[in-house]
Design a protein. Structure first.
Length: 95
């Protein structure tokens, strides 16, 4: 069983057994919202902005009928938008 130790807002480490990507991601968003999540030649995006944009796209994917565990194709060059799409797909339940 995988065990990961993460710090809470009080900086007291706590154990999470088999944390999901979303658990770890949103924990980091809450602890360090202004920290850079993605840094590229074309720009940077904070964890707070990444979460906001991914949530908006996830809602749109669900409204368009994305089903749980349904594969979603993404054709983008590496960069901020690609990361936003990947997080949104996971948030929406796609694969």
């Amino acid at each position: 069983m995988d065990q990961v130790f993460i710090s809470s807002a009080s900086n007291v480490p706590r154990e999470i057994t088999n944390p999901s990507f979303l658990t770890l991601f949103f924990d980091h968003v809450s602890r360090s919202p202004e920290q850079w999540a993605v840094i590229t030649e074309d720009g940077n995006i904070s964890y707070a902005e990444l979460a906001k944009r991914a949530q908006l796209l996830a809602v749109e994917l669900c409204e368009k009928g994305l089903l749980s565990e349904e594969p979603v194709g993404v054709l983008l060059e590496s960069g901020i938008e690609h990361v936003v799409c990947q997080v949104a797909i996971i948030l929406a339940g796609g694969s």
